[in-house]
Write a protein that binds this ligand. Structure first.
Ligand SMILES: CC(C)(COP(=O)(O)OP(=O)(O)OC[C@H]1O[C@@H](n2cnc3c(N)ncnc32)[C@H](O)[C@@H]1OP(=O)(O)O)[C@@H](O)C(=O)NCCC(=O)NCCS
Length: 180
């Protein structure tokens, strides 16, 4: 049975395979060949980075923004990496408008098997246990029906449709999920 775990060196061989398959943590920003090469060379560094994220982030428009505290967990079965899910412990104005509390991604070869739905459910349990959030916000691009379905299957309530802050002409949908 798959489980949600802290990122660990034990899964890095499979993680690198997933990167070569086209897995990326952020659907807006595919991992570059240079970063994939560095992760392959220095898996310890990468695991440390994921478990201790920096406090600033380069935004899609290349400006430097605040990176709010975040926990990333991995969805694994035995030593196979299947996907990742991250939770932001709080939102800033930017994330309230787009980004929300939770982001997730499943490696291409494991999609369509219910992993994102189960991984999000497990993350909601993790938040109930470890964070003091009563409600989480999730945003999804309007051209991503699979992700909308994943959110709705986890009790997501449609909030509103919003323009995408970085992609001209794109729209997204905001949802909330009550946790208590
Ligand atoms: C979106 C994503 C996470 C889904 O992962 P997954 O493991 O395939 O999702 P699941 O198998 O749990 O569920 C997908 C659901 O969407 C449905 N679905 C898939 N493609 C669909 C489509 N084109 N239209 C409508 N529904 C669709 C599936 O039928 C399934 O619903 P069901 O269980 O009721 O049949 C995965 O495609 C991914 O990682 N994409 C890239 C990153 C990304 O987009 N992350 C989300 C950002 S908000």
């Amino acid at each position: 049975m798959p489980a949600l775990v802290r990122p660990d060196l034990a899964y890095m061989a499979s993680y690198v395979d997933a990167l070569h398959e086209g897995y990326a943590r952020d659907s807006l920003r595919p991992e570059s060949p240079e970063l994939i090469a560095q992760i392959t060379r220095e898996p310890e560094w990468f695991v440390r980075l994921v478990n201790n994220p920096p406090t600033t982030i380069v935004l899609p428009d290349a400006s430097l923004g605040e990176r709010v505290p975040e926990t990333e967990l991995w969805w694994v079965e035995d030593d196979r990496f299947l996907g990742s899910v991250g939770v932001r412990h709080r939102l800033n104005d930017l994330l309230e408008a787009w980004g929300g509390h939770i982001g997730y991604s499943v490696r291409p070869s494991a999609r369509g098997q219910g992993h994102a739905t189960a991984m999000l459910a497990a993350m909601l349990d993790h938040i109930r246990e470890h964070l003091s959030l009563d409600r989480v916000t999730l945003t999804v691009n309007s051209n991503n029906p699979a992700s909308m379905r994943v959110i709705e299957k986890n009790g997501g309530v449609f909030r509103d449709e919003i323009p995408h802050p970085w992609i001209e002409g794109d729209t997204g949908r905001r949802y909330w999920i009550d946790l208590r």
